[in-house]
Design a protein around this ligand. Structure first.
Ligand SMILES: C[S@@+](CC[C@H](N)C(=O)[O-])C[C@H]1O[C@@H](n2cnc3c(N)ncnc32)[C@H](O)[C@@H]1O
Length: 160
């Protein structure tokens, strides 16, 4: 999608960030948020060792919801969510605001170790992911696909 501006919640040690950077335009910037400064220190190392200049990534330490609330409306080609699973519902609300028309909202762990498809599983993380999968499927502003690879990737496009 020739992305120039990508936001991520859940930097971790930078595995997903590296793949996102690889798929972006050469001048694209990844903005990535994580509660844990130590995770971001490792991610910074990962990106630098892979040859990405510091201006290609902006790492922000903080709560995903707090930081998302400060990001620019329609300012992102893609928003990737991989932070606190129990907050997926709130991430969806923010991501719809942050992504440009035609842009993508992507949730990792949409199958959540096969718990999402098992109605007897009612813990907060599973319930939140299940709710997001259902909301995305019925939201007229979005078209979506649940990719059954790994732990599941829910991809939704904000309709232009
Ligand atoms: C599964 S890991 C992310 C892995 C990363 N996306 C990757 O592929 O390398 C989840 C990350 O979310 C972070 N996290 C958890 N709750 C968060 C929150 N409320 N706000 C921001 N980050 C959070 C954790 O510190 C952890 O680094």
């Amino acid at each position: 999608m020739q992305a120039r501006s990508v936001a991520e919640v859940g930097t971790g040690t930078g595995v997903s960030g590296l793949w996102l950077l690889r798929g972006m335009q050469d001048d694209g910037v990844l903005t990535s948020v994580d509660l844990e400064a130590e995770h971001q220190r490792l991610a910074r190392e990962t990106f630098s060792e892979a040859g990405y200049a510091p201006q290609r990534f902006r790492l922000i330490a903080g709560s995903g919801l707090d930081v998302m609330a400060r990001l620019t409306d329609a300012g992102y080609d893609l928003v990737f969510l991989d932070g606190d699973k129990a907050e997926y519902g709130e991430y969806l609300e923010q991501a719809v605001r942050l992504v440009r028309p035609g842009g993508l909202i992507v949730f990792d762990n949409a199958l959540w170790h096969d718990r999402v498809a098992d109605p007897s599983q009612r813990d907060p993380e599973t319930a939140a992911i299940r709710d997001v999968v259902q909301r995305v499927a019925t939201d007229d502003r979005l078209r979506s696909v649940l990719v059954p690879l790994g732990d599941g990737l829910l991809v939704a496009q904000l309709l232009p």
